[in-house]
Design a protein around this ligand. Structure first.
Ligand SMILES: [Zn+2]
Length: 167
């Protein structure tokens, strides 16, 4: 049974290692992560959020409901054009145990390469919401959280609302 790691847990700050083998265990873990993500109305979940320091993640395009299982994802390029979107994270919860949200500016579109669950290399240009999600989730693999992009004051205001779990 996987357990969600919450803001304050240092595992969320680690740089994850590449996946070397696609094992049945890895595939099961990704299936479990998809269930967890859906049950909490999330659109993405990265391995360190469930305590695994490896480079894989799951996510869902909320516009199409398409599910992605990404192993060793890499953002190959980012657009110069940026946009502001509201972000939340299943590891950054408020006192009510629901995600806290903040506006974050990031590149509007990205080109991503990853390995799928069958070991095939895939790549795609992503734009809009799904580009936002993949940037947020791949950040997790490098120990970066969306709150890191907020200015000092905004970050402090948000962190006052955050329930820092130490599990
Ligand atoms: Zn997150």
């Amino acid at each position: 049974m996987l357990q969600m790691k919450l803001c304050g847990d240092l595992i969320l700050r680690e740089k994850c290692s590449p996946v070397v083998d696609i094992t049945p265990e890895l595939l099961n873990t990704m299936d479990e992560m998809i269930e967890m993500m859906k049950s909490q109305s999330g659109v993405g979940l990265a391995a360190p959020q469930v305590g695994i320091v490896q480079r894989f993640l799951v996510m869902m395009n909320p516009d199409t409901n398409e599910i992605y299982r990404m192993i060793n994802p890499q953002i190959l390029s980012r657009s110069d054009e940026t946009c502001v979107m509201e972000e939340g994270c299943l590891s950054v919860l408020g006192a009510d145990n629901l995600p806290v949200y903040a506006n974050v500016r990031r590149p509007k579109s990205v080109v991503v390469q990853w390995m799928d669950e069958h070991g095939n290399t895939k790549s795609a240009q992503m734009d809009g919401t799904i580009a936002r999600i993949v940037q947020h989730e791949t950040d997790h693999l490098d120990g970066v959280l969306f709150i890191d992009y907020l200015s000092g004051v905004k970050r402090e205001m948000l962190m006052r609302k955050v329930n820092r779990g130490h599990k």
